[in-house]
Design a protein around this ligand. Structure first.
Ligand code: BDR
Ligand code: CA
Length: 307
């Protein structure tokens, strides 16, 4: 039976890869998308999420989330990485659908209740909506099967500052709230996602197999790879968000360790995920090593099936 999954997302180029992968993999039953700011604003994220689903010919609910971090003031979007609208230079068509009336935190709480113990929530943006869902319902964690987070870093340093990974940095207070809430959490952070790197040729080959969806990813990643080149990384782009989705259904590709994680919420190292046995909370399963080729092959072979 396929795994019921909801993605909380800020699309974003690697978010687009992750969403298409989730649509394509028969081991995943994608139930919905919820949206959050990060790479783009929340209204842009909602529009982009609906656009991706419509391009893939899939009708699923999209619920729009919170517009700013839990405590910090809003951040500028990551336009140098993902483009002004989120998908590099790709021309977006305004989606035909409309988002759910219910905001993302309420939507997540209701879905978890209606599918008790079944849903894996996979946040691939800042954890603002997830923290808010925990505030709304003390049983939210219990009602989920688990949470697989793309974010953080144990020993790989940061990607937005020297210490912080972008998704945690964009709402450190939400991340801290999520880690201390006693959920069944797996962390797919930079220790593994920054090692799964794909060059332009990977996406060009994907476009040959899947002219529409693969072609779209090839066009988007041209911009994304230019960004990586501009910071001296010349072998392609990191597959952050799709690696988290692959992990949801292929944990055997990953080596994990149990850590008690705290998030630094002030000072120079704000947004850092710190392993500390003195953090009073339950363990997080942290991915520390990855079968890089297996992840890439799994991503390619599934997305290549899309039209
Ligand atoms: C994360 O930050 C965003 O830019 C990406 O979409 C990914 O979710 C990587 O640090
Ligand atoms: Ca993302």
């Amino acid at each position: 039976m396929a795994l019921k999954l909801i993605i909380d997302t800020d699309p974003g180029i690697d978010d687009a890869m992750a969403i298409f992968y989730a649509i394509a993999d028969p081991k995943i039953e994608l139930l919905a998308l919820t949206t959050v700011f990060g790479n783009v604003t929340t209204p842009q994220a909602t529009r982009n999420a609906m656009f991706l689903l419509e391009e893939a010919g899939v009708a699923l609910p999209v619920s729009s989330g919170l517009h700013q971090p839990r405590i910090l003031p809003p951040f500028p979007t990551s336009s140098s990485v993902h483009g002004d609208e989120g998908f590099g230079r790709l021309k977006l068509i305004e989606p035909k659908g409309i988002p759910e009336v219910e905001p993302a935190p309420e939507f997540l709480v209701r879905m978890a209740r209606e599918h008790k113990g079944e849903i894996i929530l996979c946040p691939i943006g800042p954890l603002t909506n997830v923290a808010a869902a925990m505030d709304l319902d003390p049983d939210f964690c219990k009602n989920l099967n688990g949470i697989v987070i793309m974010g953080g870093s144990l020993g790989a340093g940061g990607n937005i500052t020297a210490a912080a990974e972008a998704n945690i940095y964009h709402d450190p207070h939400a991340a801290e709230h999520v880690f201390k809430n006693g959920c069944n959490i797996t962390l797919v952070g930079l220790d593994v996602t920054d090692r799964v790197i794909c060059p332009r040729e990977f996406f060009q080959a994907l476009a040959l197999e899947s002219p529409r969806i693969g072609g779209m990813l090839s066009e988007m990643t041209d911009f994304y790879i230019n960004f990586y080149e501009s910071i001296g990384k010349t072998n392609g782009c990191s597959m952050h968000d799709p690696t988290a989705l692959v992990a949801c259904v292929n944990m055997n590709f990953f080596k994990t360790e149990l850590h008690k994680l705290c998030v630094t919420t002030s000072g120079d190292r704000i947004g850092e995920t710190v392993s500390d046995i003195n953090c009073a909370r339950s363990d997080v399963k942290v991915c520390v090593d990855v079968d890089i080729l297996a992840v890439k092959n799994k991503f390619f072979s599934n997305v290549a099936k899309l039209y």
